[in-house]
Design a protein around this ligand. Structure first.
Ligand SMILES: NC(=O)NC(NC(N)=O)C(=O)[O-]
Ligand SMILES: [Zn+2]
Ligand SMILES: [Zn+2]
Length: 464
């Protein structure tokens, strides 16, 4: 009997690992069933014409902060995932902090999972946290299906008794031993607490509270020192390590060299370190405040160079939202404003606009950084991350030649501030499919909510 498809996407330029081919994609039971020329439609097959569009695997954003439970008025799964769907992201990883309680034990993970359940437009995974005092919780978090563990070397900010805390060296070292024994992976925010705390206090004491003063209080050395320390611990404990939001080419080089020595380490950077710089930070104010801070224009160029050389493993948004007044209230100094960039909806478009359309990098290379590489690193590649028969039909239709200026009304996340509003992009997501269902299209917006599922994916051995 002929295979019948529920959906065929025709005429698109399909972005495969390493090549782009004009192919039809046949979808059955939410999976990619076939790739070929002129696939035969059955009586009930829907046809989606992708003429002139790239068909890409959905982006996998391994780094977002949604604030449920308790701080859903900052960002919730419904609004946050709607923004991701609109941006061509079909799977994401929620960080263990900025909600209350932070996801540092099994009870908190349960609350996080309940908040997400039925509310996400696309599939997701959850990080657990490594914090002082929770070593005994790690194995329970692993057993419950977290994707890995996240720790901060520097103070993550936030308020209240139960807030997520940075690790001391002993917790980091013992935690890495434990995570290695659990065959897990640690994701690390690498900035020296000693250096950043002392330099910030110094800046505040002398009234140096502007954008460039903030940047100077978190210099590249703070990142490099923390990366070096964590690499040493990784080498000695055997703990697999992923560095989140690396902001300097020197740190990327250090991580790359460690990888060549045989360490199981990877590096992520974010669109904002590639698209924005210190000057933007001064122009836009706290909208562009994040840690590590935006760097110089020269550093931005060096980061593109190491990216082009294949030394960066993946791109994630680090969407760290907040109510807009925590960024822009009158009289708020740069140091007082919330640290974190809201930009998750724009990652894929920004990377294609700047990476492919402006800088001429291969579309396959950018796609790998957004989809294939994160899937492989975090054990999602049997389901997601590329366009191949048997994988989930998590797909994005991108018009590579559609110019538009990003407006606040376009943003679907809760607080509609972004350092990218007013920017003219040269490409646009026209539709996003999650397991074969169109969840977003450019005409109607989000058209299917709540269908996303939690993929329990500890140590790359998914239990579903
Ligand atoms: N508490 C946060 O959300 N922090 C985040 N903030 C940034 N990046 O400025 C982060 O990932 O470090
Ligand atoms: Zn961080
Ligand atoms: Zn973050």
């Amino acid at each position: 009997m002929e295979e019948t498809y529920e959906l065929i996407i025709t005429n698109g330029d399909v972005v495969l690992p390493g090549e782009v081919l004009k192919l039809d994609i046949g979808v059955k039971d939410g999976k990619i069933a076939a790739l070929g020329k002129q696939l035969a439609a059955g009586a009930d097959t829907r046809i989606l014409d992708a003429e002139g569009l790239y068909v890409l695997p959905g982006m996998i954003d391994m780094h977002v902060h949604f604030n449920e439970p308790a701080l859903g008025h900052w960002e919730g799964f419904r609004t946050g995932s709607a923004a991701l769907a609109a941006g061509g992201i079909t799977c994401y990883a929620d960080m263990p902090l900025n909600g209350n309680p932070p996801t540092v034990n099994q009870a908190a993970l349960q609350l996080k999972a309940e908040a997400a359940s039925g509310n996400s437009a696309v599939d997701y995974v959850l990080w657990g946290g490594l914090v002082p005092g929770n070593l005994e919780d790690l194995e329970h978090l692993a057993a419950a299906g977290v994707t890995g563990f996240k720790a901060f070397i520097s103070n993550p900010g936030g308020e209240g008794e139960g807030r997520f805390r940075e690790v001391d060296d002993d917790t980091l070292y013992q935690g890495m031993k434990k995570i290695a024994a659990l065959s897990g992976i640690l994701a690390l925010h690498a900035e020296s607490e000693e250096l950043t705390a002392a330099l910030s206090a110094d800046a505040l004491r002398s009234g140096r509270t502007g954008a460039r003063d903030f940047a100077a209080s978190r210099p590249a050395e703070a990142e490099l020192e923390a990366v070096a320390r964590a690499l040493l611990y990784s080498e000695r404990t055997g703990c697999r390590l992923h560095f989140v939001h690396i902001s300097t080419s020197a740190a990327i080089e250090m991580i790359h060299a460690a990888k060549l020595r045989g360490l199981d380490v990877t590096a992520e950077t974010c669109p904002h370190y590639l698209i924005l710089n210190e000057d933007t930070m001064e122009e836009l104010g706290p909208l562009a405040k994040c840690a590590p801070p935006l760097r110089s224009l020269e550093e931005q160029e060096r980061l593109w160079k190491v990216l082009a050389d294949g030394k960066i493993d993946l791109i994630a948004s680090d969407h760290s939202p907040c109510p807009t007044e925590l960024k822009l209230a009158p009289g708020l100094s740069f140091f007082e404003a919330w640290g974190g960039i809201s930009g998750a909806q724009s990652s894929l478009e920004l990377m294609f606009h700047e990476g492919v359309n402006v800088r001429g990098l291969p579309v396959t290379q950018i796609s790998a950084l957004l989809s294939g590489l994160p899937a492989r690193r975090f054990g999602l590649d049997h389901r997601k991350g590329s366009i191949a028969p048997g994988l989930d039909a998590d797909l994005v239709l991108l018009n590579p030649d559609h110019s538009y200026t990003l407006a606040a009304e376009d943003l679907l996340y809760r607080h509609k501030h972004s350092p990218y509003t007013g920017m003219t992009l040269s490409c646009k997501v026209m539709a996003t499919l999650s397991r074969g269902t169109v969840v977003y299209n450019a005409e109607q917006g989000v058209v299917a909510e709540g269908g996303g599922e939690w993929l329990r994916t500890y140590e790359g051995q998914p239990s579903i």
